[in-house]
Design a protein around this ligand. Structure first.
Ligand code: G3P
Ligand code: MG
Length: 335
C-alpha cells in the first residue's frame, strides 16, 4: 500500500485520523524549520486532517508561539494549533488567587499566566526587588532587570509555584522553590513547623534533556525538577509534593484530545478519529506518553533519538526517518 504525495480523496478527506506533533526535534531543530515539517503540516491542512502541535516547550503565549512557528515553517498556524507544556495550566486559573511563576529571561511567562486569566502573578525578579540581593547573592541583577519588577504584598500567601519553562536563573529558582516548599502557607521568609504547609508546586514538563544545534542533548526543566526534589529531600528528609504536566503525563494528553475534538467539529468532520498518531523524537516523553494513552506512536530520527533500531525502553509502534515519512506511514494504514 503505497501513498503518493498527492492522494486522490473523496470529499476532501484522506482518512479519519488525527495527529499530534512534537515540535523540537520533529518540526524544527536548533531554531530552524525542517523542510519535512513544512511539507507535512501543509499536507494535513490541505486535506483537512486535524492535528495539534504538542510540545514540552513554552515560555510564551500560544499566539506568540504560533506567529514564530508560522514564520519558521512558512505554514499558517494559529493559537488553537498548540498545546505547549504550560497550556493546560489555564484550567487552574480559578483555583489560585496569587501565584509565583518561574522560567525564562523576561516578562513573557508572567504575561502568559496573566493572559490565561490568573489574577495575581509574581516572578523571580519581583522577589529579588522586594527582598534584596541577600535572598540570592550569587547572581548579579542589572538595573534594567529590576526595572521590570512589580511590587507585591509580602503577606499575601503564594498559593502555587509554577515552573512554566526551563529556568534561566537556575540557582535563584531553586532557592525560591526550596524556601516556599518549607514555608508557612506560602509566605516568603517563614518556616512551617509541620513542613507541609507550602504552596502547590507544578512543573510544566519533566524532560531531563532536549536537543538543539549542539551535538549532545542539553539539560532541560526535568533536571531542575529533579534537583528540587533531591535537595528538598536532603533538607527535610521528606518527599516533595509536586505535580508534573507535559508529555508523558496524562493531563496533557487529555487536554490535547479535547483540542483535537474541537478541531474535528470546527472542520465539520462527522466521526471521531479512528486512530490518533503521536510523532515525536523523545522516547521518554513523546513515545512513552502516547503508548500509555493509547495513541499510535511514531519515533523520528531528527532529534533526541539516534539509535539504530527502536527505543529499547519505550519502543514506538513505528520508527521513521523524519516527520514526513512518519505521516506517510500513518496514512498508509488507512488507505
Ligand atoms: O523540553 C524542552 C522542549 O524544548 C522540548 O520540546 O517540542 O520536543 O516537546 P518538544
Ligand atoms: Mg522533541
Amino acid at each position: 500500500r503505497r501513498l503518493t504525495t498527492e492522494v486522490p480523496v473523496a470529499g476532501g478527506r484522506v482518512a479519519d485520523v488525527a495527529f499530534a506533533f512534537d515540535i523540537d526535534g520533529v518540526l524544527i531543530r536548533g531554531g530552524k524549520g525542517l523542510t519535512e515539517g513544512t511539507k507535512t503540516l501543509r499536507y494535513l491542512q490541505k486535506h483537512n486532517i486535524p492535528f495539534i502541535l504538542l510540545t514540552n516547550g513554552g515560555g510564551m503565549h500560544e499566539t506568540t508561539r504560533a506567529e514564530r512557528l508560522s514564520n519558521l515553517l512558512q505554514v499558517n498556524l494559529k493559537e488553537v494549533d498548540f498545546c505547549q507544556s504550560h497550556t493546560p495550566f489555564k484550567n487552574l486559573k480559578d483555583k489560585y488567587k496569587h501565584i509565583l511563576v518561574l522560567g525564562g529571561s523576561d516578562d513573557s511567562v508572567r504575561k502568559t499566566a496573566e493572559m490565561y486569566g490568573f489574577p495575581s502573578v509574581i516572578n523571580e525578579l519581583d522577589v529579588i526587588a522586594k527582598r534584596g540581593t541577600p535572598f540570592w547573592p550569587f547572581t548579579s541583577f542589572t538595573e534594567n532587570d529590576l526595572k521590570q519588577a512589580r511590587d507585591f504584598d509580602l503577606n499575601q500567601p503564594i498559593e502555587a509555584v509554577f515552573t512554566y519553562v526551563d529556568p534561566v536563573r537556575f540557582g535563584l529558582d531553586l532557592q525560591l522553590v526550596m524556601e516556599l516548599a518549607q514555608s508557612k502557607n506560602g509566605i516568603l521568609g517563614t518556616v512551617s513547623e509541620k513542613g507541609d504547609e507550602g504552596p502547590d508546586i507544578y512543573y510544566s514538563n519533566s524532560d531531563l534533556v532536549w536537543p538543539n544545534e549542539y551535538p549532545l542533548p542539553r539539560l532541560g526543566q526535568g533536571a531542575f525538577a529533579s534537583c528540587c526534589e533531591k535537595i528538598y529531600n536532603e533538607l527535610t528528609g521528606k518527599q516533595m509534593k509536586l505535580t508534573k504536566y507535559g508529555k508523558p503525563h496524562k493531563v496533557t494528553y487529555d487536554y490535547a484530545t479535547n483540542i483535537l475534538e474541537a478541531k474535528r467539529k470546527a472542520l465539520s468532520i462527522p466521526n471521531s478519529p479512528k486512530e490518533i498518531f503521536m510523532v515525536g523524537d523523545n522516547p521518554e516523553s513523546d513515545i512513552r506518553g502516547a503508548n500509555a494513552y493509547g495513541w499510535t506512536s511514531i519515533l523520528v530520527r531528527t532529534g533526541i533519538f539516534q539509535g539504530a533500531d527502536n527505543s529499547s525502553k519505550y519502543p514506538a509502534k513505528h520508527v521513521a526517518k523524519n516527520v514526513w515519512e512518519g505521516m506517510r506511514w500513518a496514512l498508509s494504514r488507512h488507505v
